[in-house]
Design a protein around this ligand. Structure first.
Ligand code: 5GP
Length: 122
């Protein structure tokens, strides 16, 4: 899959630069986690890497092993801190047009707090 150039004016880039606010859940050197503005579940948190990657395709290809490890562990830490390990939760990352990806900065949706139902609707 071709990866388009990173757009530094995307909304998550603006959140990372502090140009627009977010309801922060957690932050470290690798990632920022914040509540999704259009929450689809009792818990709906987005976790984004600090560095500019368009999508998972871009992140998995270009990020260093330290970044991949740091980001992945941060997603796990945030889920644990939100109390989601025991009841369970869902991770989703939309990639490209067929997925409906709206924001071209790699992000993981962390959804939980209720039974989530079927993964994909027709
Ligand atoms: P995508 O469809 O790209 O996987 O998901 C983008 C998500 O970003 C959507 O769930 C949407 O509600 C969320 N979102 C879009 N704009 C903002 C914003 O300005 N602030 C926050 N917190 N979330 C946003």
């Amino acid at each position: 899959m071709a990866v388009s150039a990173y757009d530094p004016e995307n909304i998550f880039a603006k959140i990372l630069r502090g140009e627009i606010p977010c309801k922060k859940v957690f932050e470290n050197e690798w990632a920022l986690a914040f509540h999704d503005i259009g929450s689809k579940a009792p818990v709906h948190v987005l976790v984004i890497p600090k560095k500019p990657y368009v999508s998972f395709v871009d992140f998995s290809a270009r990020a260093s092993e330290d970044e991949i490890t740091g980001f992945t562990r941060t997603v796990g830490h945030v889920a644990t801190a939100l109390g989601l390990d025991e009841p369970g939760y869902r991770l989703i990352s939309n990639v490209g047009p067929d997925s409906g990806q709206e924001v071209p900065h790699f992000h993981v949706h962390l959804l939980g707090g209720r039974r989530l139902g079927a993964l994909v609707s027709p």
